[in-house]
Write a protein that binds this ligand. Structure first.
Ligand SMILES: [Zn+2]
Length: 412
């Protein structure tokens, strides 16, 4: 079976087939809708990042659920497209575990180029409504605002031939995809400070990618802060640690037997983790000032609706995270709030010892000459009273870059 034709996609194709050619249908689908009404609706996820399993279409109610694939337990990522529903008012009902966030689904009417949150009024529990405009031939819906390789390629176009950006390859995945690796900032090997940034160890955690864009654009902005960073710092950036998961639309979090962010002990399962572990000690030459792994938390609730850093057991490193955090708190200008007090030290709430597996941050904390090694959690939708969007997340990234500059200036 080709990679794009997952079992769920095959099932959806079956449903489309059923509605289009009922006399040839391979299996019965529960519906009490007159064929003329139901037959026009097509729901699929056959595009990068797509994920959905369609249960049924009955009247104006579409029942569906997220495709968990190899996830241990439940998670909440989904992303699908609806066509042929012009002028209809449909109800979408999720039939499995909780998977609608604080501001409801995000929607796009231009093929995924721009997105908006449907907002609190559009959903109740696990059900949302959407009134399709008479000319809306295609609408995409997603748990949050998707970010796949095509978004990253589009972003890079803005910096084509930039002297402080080099696009390279970290490795190829099991499925043959390229895992990009960027070098940003001072690239002549004479940088006196080094920063490592990684994203999408958990492939569904898409909002972190917009913040990563913000960091990179701040380094390359050409203003005084960017210039200092380009004079002194080499950034090594891996934007998609789980590239196959991002493109295939997997959950990624709690992937069996363990996920990419639990792959840093013993022999790594994943090509990207193996390649990063081999590269970084050589690249950093005994001095790695800052290692930041960018994540999004759970759907909602405590520790899921504000930005925070996650601590490891090394108290010296945690103190340095605290220094950086205070700078970020003081220098932030973007709309997403940040309060250092919200940081999550090791041993508190969910941040507990988790057995023999090792995360990126725990691995980075053991590298020679490490300064800061930590994880940032960026909410999907709601952060301390502010709506997280592509733009506000990018602004948070620019705030992070400015704070890194101020922090790194204090490190000689
Ligand atoms: Zn994560």
């Amino acid at each position: 079976m080709p990679a794009w034709l997952s079992s769920s996609n095959a099932f959806i194709l079956g449903l489309v087939f059923t509605f289009a050619f009922p006399w040839l249908a391979p299996c019965a689908v529960e519906t009490d809708t007159p064929l003329s009404a139901a037959s026009s609706i097509r729901i699929d996820c056959d595009f990068p990042g797509g994920n959905i399993v369609l249960d049924s279409i009955v009247g104006d109610t579409v029942s569906l659920h997220q495709d968990l694939r190899d996830t241990a337990g439940n998670w909440f990522y989904w992303y699908f497209r609806v066509r042929g529903a012009e002028g209809r008012n449909l109800v979408f009902r999720f039939t499995k575990s909780k998977c609608i966030g604080v501001f409801g689904p995000a929607a796009s009417s231009d093929g995924g180029k721009t997105w908006r949150w449907l907002g609190k009024g559009a959903f109740s529990g696990q059900t949302f409504r959407y009134a399709f405009g008479r000319d809306e031939r295609e609408v995409r819906f997603c748990f949050a605002i998707p970010y796949v390789e095509a978004n990253f390629r589009e972003f890079l176009k803005r910096f084509a031939a930039h002297p402080h950006l080099k696009v390279d390859t970290l490795c190829r995945t099991k499925k043959g995809r390229e895992v990009e690796r960027l070098h940003v900032g001072r690239l002549d090997g004479k940088a006196d400070r080094r920063v490592l940034l990684t994203c999408r160890h958990h492939c569904c955690e898409m909002m972190a990618s917009y913040a990563l864009e913000g960091i990179i654009e701040a380094v390359l902005a050409g203003d005084a802060d960017g210039q200092w960073l380009c004079d002194h710092v080499e950034f090594l950036v891996v934007p998609f640690m789980d590239k196959d998961g991002v493109e295939d639309g997997d959950q990624g979090k709690n992937r069996k037997p363990h996920d990419h962010n639990r792959d840093y002990a013993g022999e790594s399962l994943y090509e990207s983790v193996r390649a990063l572990r081999a590269l970084v000690p050589t690249w950093s030459k005994g001095r790695l000032d800052f290692a930041l792994d960018m994540h999004c938390p759970y759907i909602s609730g405590q520790y899921n609706e504000f930005v925070y850093f996650v601590g490891g057991p090394n108290q010296d490193i945690w103190e340095r995270v605290g220094e950086f955090s205070r700078i970020l708190e003081q220098t932030r200008t973007g709309p997403i709030p940040y309060v250092a007090q919200n940081n999550l030290p090791f041993g508190k709430a969910w941040n507990q010892e988790s057995g023999p597996l090792k995360s990126f941050a725990r691995w980075a904390a053991e590298l020679p000459g490490i300064g800061v090694a930590t994880t940032i959690e960026i909410p999907y939708a709601h952060a301390s009273g502010t709506t997280v969007t592509a733009d506000t997340a990018r602004a948070l990234g620019r705030d992070l870059a400015r704070a890194m500059k101020a922090y790194l200036q204090t490190r000689r």
